[in-house]
Design a protein around this ligand. Structure first.
Ligand SMILES: Cc1cc2nc3c(=O)[nH]c(=O)nc-3n(C[C@H](O)[C@H](O)[C@H](O)COP(=O)(O)O)c2cc1C
Length: 326
């Protein structure tokens, strides 16, 4: 395949595994890159910039292909040393940076100066245009279906992708709600140059997640996600389990709630423990609506080859609608 994204990133297929807290480790990122996509390590999964440097070295030992690092700038009480994490990326010889969560301005100048290719992930056309003006190289745009933080505009990919495609000039990646080749074909048809997936890559052999969580994702339908933190205007989409329901119940109390009321339920360490132990109702499991499209736990190579084959036949099926009338 050849699109502006395969050209920009030097990869075989325009399929990216987005940054995922606790999941974006060397095992998964290298498997995706070895399969022809772009794997991405998640910087803040590592406790320190030094640990990120080690993880980058580990990933490099597992793949000869390009991989990236995600740096997520989110509102937090204890600000991580973003600059030092970026230094680890640059000194580790990684050439692709995925920024997300907030305006990437503070990172762009230094990253560009070091020759990095920057993919900025955001959830609205206005934020995409602002990042483009600041000099990022590609936009990943997350529709409302996505896992993680879909923003507060609630615009699904079917509208958001073409709206972004007609406004943004740099290469564009469709993200959120995509788990198969039909979704990929749709993204290309809507004007995007590639796709980004999170939830689908969680249900692969190489994802460093307990098998019970992967099976829970396989068993879930498209109706089984929950929107948390809506009342705090920091919406997050997660798999609908007991903890997610409890968070929403507290948020809906008369008078609302403060972050402190739900903090013990949503603590990152608790989510991490759940992913490791497989105790499916103990902590938050981030997942998007595409969870309803997942029926198995293939290797990343099987998944990517299948998606590419499905994408090709979906596009051919669409083209036949015209051929029949010619
Ligand atoms: C378990 C999990 C953790 C995630 N953590 C992050 C993160 O730390 N930073 C980030 O930018 N996006 C994060 N995301 C969002 C993904 O990178 C991606 O944008 C999203 O999953 C796309 O939607 P999809 O799940 O429908 O494919 C996470 C997604 C999942 C499933």
């Amino acid at each position: 395949m050849r699109t502006r994204i395969t050209e920009l990133l030097g990869i075989r297929y325009p399929i990216i595994q987005g940054g995922m807290q606790w999941v974006g480790r060397a095992e998964l990122a290298s498997a995706v890159s070895n399969a022809g996509g772009l794997g991405i390590l998640t910087a803040l999964t590592q406790p320190s910039p030094d640990a990120l440097a080690d993880e980058i070295a580990r990933c490099r030992a597992m793949t000869k292909h390009p991989f990236g690092v995600n740096l997520t700038i989110l509102p937090t009480t204890k600000r991580p040393p973003y600059d030092a994490y970026l230094d680890a990326v640059i000194e580790g010889g990684v050439t692709i940076l995925e920024t997300a969560g907030n305006n990437p301005a503070e990172l762009v100048a230094k990253a560009k100066g070091a020759g990095l290719t920057i993919i900025h992930k955001c959830t609205s056309v206005r934020h995409a245009l602002s990042a483009e003006r600041r000099g990022v190289d590609a936009i990943s745009i997350d529709g409302f279906e996505c896992a993680g933080h879909p923003g507060e505009d609630d615009v699904g990919g079917l509208v958001l992708f073409p709206a972004a495609a007609r406004a943004v000039k740099i290469p564009l990646i469709a993200s959120g709600g995509i788990a198969d080749g039909r979704g990929m074909a749709a993204a290309l048809a809507l004007g995007c140059d590639g796709i980004n997936m999170g939830t689908r890559f969680c249900a692969t052999q190489e994802a460093p997640i307990h098998p019970a969580i992967k099976q829970a994702l396989v068993g879930a339908s498209e109706r089984d996600t929950q929107l948390i933190f809506r009342t705090l205007r920091n919406t997050g989409r997660v798999w609908k389990n007991a903890v997610a329901d409890e968070v929403v119940a507290i948020e809906r109390r008369p008078g609302g709630c403060d972050y402190a009321d739900i903090q013990p339920l949503v603590a990152g360490t608790r989510g991490r423990a759940t992913l490791e132990s497989g105790a499916v109702d103990d902590g938050l499991v981030w997942a998007g609506q595409a969870v309803g499209l997942i029926d198995d736990v293939p290797t990343c190579a099987e998944l990517i080859e299948r998606i590419v084959a499905e994408c090709r036949s979906a596009l051919q099926r669409g083209a036949r609608a015209f051929a029949a009338n010619d």
